[in-house]
Design a protein around this ligand. Sequence first.
Ligand SMILES: Cc1ncc(COP(=O)(O)O)c(C=O)c1O
Length: 411
Amino acid sequence: MSYPLSNRVQKYLKRDLMNHPLVKGAMKCASSVYSKENPEGFINLGTAMSDLNNDKLYDRVMVRPKFPVTYFKYGDSNGTPKLLQAFKELLEDHMGCVDVNADHISMCSGCGVGVSIVCQAVTDVGDGVLVPVPCYSGFDFDLFNCDVNLVRFKLSNLEKLTDEYLQENKIKALLLTNPDNPMGTVIEREELVKIVNWCQEKEIHLISDEIYALEVFDPEKKFVSVMSIKVEKPELVTMVYGLSKDFCIPGWRTGVIYSKNEQLMNVVKQSSFYSSLSKDTMLSIEQLLCNHEFRDNWITNNRKMIHKQYLKVTKMLDNAEVPYAKSTSAFFFCLDLRKFLKEPERGEISEIELHDFLLDNYHVQILAGMGGFYFAEPGWFRMCYALEWEIMETAMERLIKGLNEYLNTEK
Ligand SMILES: Cc1ncc(COP(=O)(O)O)c(C=O)c1O
């Protein structure tokens, strides 16, 4: 007997993402992870997680203070006062924001959850949200509850979007990712101001996912938060942040919403009853953020480590003549594997063939761009590189060997 689920979730059943080759590839990697003891294991360069600073994290959180009994109780679901103050200071000291009011900040269980909560608050069922492409496809999961249509467009076409188009698609918000995923680039102030002003003029919400804010490693580039730009309608601008990437703790599920919109923050804080972090985790995060000496050293060191690793990895690619798009931020970039594809006219299928070849024969996973990031043409693959160098070097050798062999196998 079949008991149908709600109409709301039918589209997810139809899409069946758990059986997508990229998701299955990640599961395969998790089933046998490469290590010295398991040299035939898989190396996952697909999932955006960093292992570069595990030792420093351990040393810090293992010496946390005795657990106060108040931390067993309900309360502070949107963040302990200490943590909200710590986030205010982080925004002011490292993200160019001024006079941040800690009441305008609320914590939630991950940046993805934060995007979802804000989106639910500013859209109705059937509304549209603009998302520049290529983009992080995790938004498909994050907006699971929202029943909105993600309307994908190229940022360079922003000013060509007409009022009629916005109306027809019931656009209520633009969801920006800065620094961006998958390209690992940061939006320059001038361009950001243009985007902010456009949203203000059209009176649509700008939701800025700034989860990679503290990982701009190119000394020529600077991160600018939307919250540091002066606007006439601040109620329409919201930043969502989290510690999964900049502090390498995705398992702690730490997100932050920052908005000057009092009504929105009222709703966000109410929602924190169901999206709160545990107080145990909050205490650990206090250890990371409240001591400014540790925090600032961490940020500087993490950035340096990423930059160093980026230079090593790209040198190997240059030597092997594997093209890629240069990045300036975050711990991934996109390989340009168009010349390696067989039958590119088959689009996503041609990418998946290469993906599966590398995974099955060389035990290394990189993420195909059409399925993973809504690239319009096949051939772009996102590669994360923040693994311990010994593992990363093995991954690169496998990848380069695999690509060369793929080129030499029959079409
Ligand atoms: C742009 C972007 N936003 C959100 C997330 C998810 O963040 P969290 O782990 O805090 O939910 C990711 C994870 O890869 C991401 O790349």
